[in-house]
Design a binder for this molecule. Structure first.
Ligand SMILES: [Zn+2]
Length: 92
């Protein structure tokens, strides 16, 4: 979801157009009728999480190595009797 930079309401994508292989431009409209802000935003590919199996020679994005921080020990509260939740990676 894209938020309106003025009132922080959700903004709807009205149209979009591919600018380059890495950039798509969006025309957005704030859903708050009292605001009415219309603006242009961009979706830009900036990093690689999983390299392509069909890479284009012109595309080179830095590879992000996803690793856990050195201290990822989250103490379990003393009053929490539930089993620890499954370890799930956040969505990219
Ligand atoms: Zn707004």
């Amino acid at each position: 979801m894209v938020l309106c930079p003025h009132c922080q309401s959700a903004a709807a994508i009205r149209t979009s157009e591919q600018q380059t292989r890495l950039v798509r431009e969006l025309l957005l409209l704030c859903s708050n009728d009292a605001c009415g802000f219309r603006f242009v935003g961009q979706i830009v590919a900036v990093r690689t999480i999983q390299p392509s199996y069909a890479p284009h020679p012109a595309i080179s994005l830095p590879l992000v190595v996803r690793s856990r921080p050195a201290n990822d020990d989250a103490p379990i509260p003393a009053n929490d009797e539930r089993a620890p939740a499954a370890d799930v990676e956040p969505m990219p």
